[in-house]
Design a protein around this ligand. Structure first.
Ligand SMILES: Cc1cc2nc3c(=O)[nH]c(=O)nc-3n(C[C@H](O)[C@H](O)[C@H](O)COP(=O)(O)OP(=O)(O)OC[C@H]3O[C@@H](n4cnc5c(N)ncnc54)[C@H](O)[C@@H]3O)c2cc1C
Length: 460
């Protein structure tokens, strides 16, 4: 009889693993997800277009991975972005590569990515179980091997509460999400049934945890993989929302909500050390700032920002020097001596900034241009080249593209994705302590780690 594989989580990693495994007819692959459909998070990726990978070289790819890039070496060489594009094409999805080598389905519909994967699952007879919540892993007490799981119905999206199941036989119980038993002992099986009424005991030769992180929990990211890991004695590193907007202290930031800036340079220092200096786009909101530049920054400051507010500044005119910008202002003031400052600054700033910049520089916006002193002009220059923002917090997981942190990779064999100390258990995708910038890198991590596990499980 073929080996039985249980994959927990029908997101990017779980679907890819099942799709690659399912073509082996000696396997019986079951994919469970507590959602009502597969790939719920995939559907909202890339603003509904799904930037499913980045068509760059492996080395460059790893430069975009923020945490534990080395861990991903063999995974990337097992399935790199070229091969991911090739796979999707071979599965009937046309693709295209845009600016920054971001790859998308040619249709601009993320649903095409999900459909391509789903077609493979159906073609390969993968047993897909939706509305199915994996709450407990079963572990053989004598060998430590994971031998299956307890599955529960999760109807209409109402997931059973976590951590509430407690069995009176504490010796059998190792944390609420892992249950130890003797595989051959019928009494122990009865104990599992008694401990988890309504649950289905699903025996498997291997269990693959592909449960994702905890960002956008509405897509099913309940953090169960972290729970399994902790209850098995694995380390889960500190978690942070990442690729997420940031809250700022100053009222003047909120005054500019809705304003987008292009081609600005954001600088951040931690003490004397400059930790961020990048060029790009950002936007002001009712709470602070967002946009590509800010999301990239957020991926680096999680551990810092909780401790103290971060002083940051934007160079609003990175293409010109202070002297050049000062000269430009002199020209404007000389041309309009009797006009109020607020009526001329539109020549150099977006409308929303015209009143804010003088306010930050401590200058009355009604001051006539011929009354502006050299000191005031230099203050305006200073505020333009170093526009200050105090960042106080990252916004929450509800708005975070990914979770930073996860199952410590030291516990995982990078060549197989097997949990070193727990035979029969594999972990793939965002549940692991790996995360990257935006640009298709995070999904590539899911695809590559899934491919490694699939390759090894075929030889089980
Ligand atoms: C708004 C948004 C946009 C994004 N855009 C992009 C992009 O364009 N490009 C990119 O590279 N990345 C993007 N990402 C990140 C990317 O979506 C994730 O990194 C990726 O989906 C992680 O894949 P995963 O399979 O590990 O987890 P997920 O895709 O989150 O899948 C995990 C699955 O496990 C299921 N599950 C969890 N616990 C259980 C359980 N106990 N029982 C049963 N099922 C369970 C969940 O329901 C879920 O379906 C985006 C993320 C968000 C939130």
């Amino acid at each position: 009889m073929g080996k039985k594989i249980l994959i927990v989580g029908g997101g990017a990693a779980g679907m890819m693993c099942a799709a690659l495994l399912g073509d082996d007819t000696t396997m019986r692959v079951t994919l469970v997800d507590h959602n009502e459909k597969l790939g719920k998070k995939l559907f909202i990726t890339g603003k509904g277009r799904c930037n499913f990978t980045n068509a760059c070289e492996a080395e460059e790819f790893l430069n975009h991975v923020l945490t534990n890039p080395k861990f991903l070496y063999s995974a990337l060489y097992t399935l790199d972005s070229d091969r991911v594009i090739g796979l999707f094409e071979s599965w009937g999805m046309k693709t295209k590569v845009e600016r920054g080598r971001r790859a998308f389905p040619a249709s601009d519909h993320s649903s095409d990515v999900i459909d391509a994967l789903r077609r493979q699952l159906v073609k390969n007879h993968v047993d897909i179980r939706l509305h199915t919540d994996c709450r407990v892993l079963l572990q053989d007490e004598s060998t430590g091997r994971v031998i299956g799981a307890v599955l529960f119905p999760a109807e209409n999206g109402s997931l059973p509460a976590r951590g509430e199941v407690v069995h009176e036989n504490a010796a059998l119980q190792k944390g609420p999400s892992v249950f130890q038993l003797h595989r051959e002992n019928a009494e122990d099986r009865a104990a599992v049934e008694a401990a988890f009424p309504g649950g289905e005991i699903f025996e498997a030769d291997a269990v693959v945890v592909a449960t994702g992180g905890i960002s956008y929990p509405s897509t099913g990211s309940t953090g169960d993989g972290y729970r399994f890991a902790r209850d098995l004695g694995l380390r889960v590193t500190k978690l942070y929302p990442s690729l997420v907007p940031v809250t700022c202290e100053e009222d003047y930031i909120r005054e500019m909500q809705g304003l987008s800036l292009k081609n600005v340079e954001l600088h951040v220092k931690n003490g004397k050390k400059e930790i961020f200096d990048e060029f790009g786009e950002m936007m002001f909101t009712h709470f602070g700032v967002t946009g590509p530049l800010i999301l990239s920054l957020s991926a680096k400051i999680g551990p810092l920002i909780g401790k103290k507010p971060l002083r940051t500044w934007i160079d609003l005119k990175p293409a010109v020097t202070e002297e050049e910008f000062s000269e430009r202002l002199v020209g404007i003031f000389e041309k309009n001596p009797n006009k109020a400052l607020k009526n001329v600054l539109g020549e150099v700033y977006p409308a929303r900034m015209v009143e804010v910049l003088p306010e930050v520089a401590g200058i009355d916006v009604d001051t006539k241009c011929h009354d502006i002193t050299k000191g005031q002009r230099l203050m305006l220059v200073q505020v333009t080249k170093r526009f200050p923002m105090t960042m106080t917090a990252l916004r929450g997981y509800n708005e975070a593209v990914v979770t930073k942190g996860g199952v410590a990779v030291g516990a995982i064999d990078p060549g197989t994705m097997a949990v070193k100390k727990v035979p029969g258990l594999y972990m793939i995708g965002e549940v692991l302590d790996v995360d990257a910038y935006t640009g298709g890198y995070n999904l590539q991590i899911a695809w590559s780690t899934a491919a490694v596990a699939a390759a090894v499980l075929k030889d089980l």
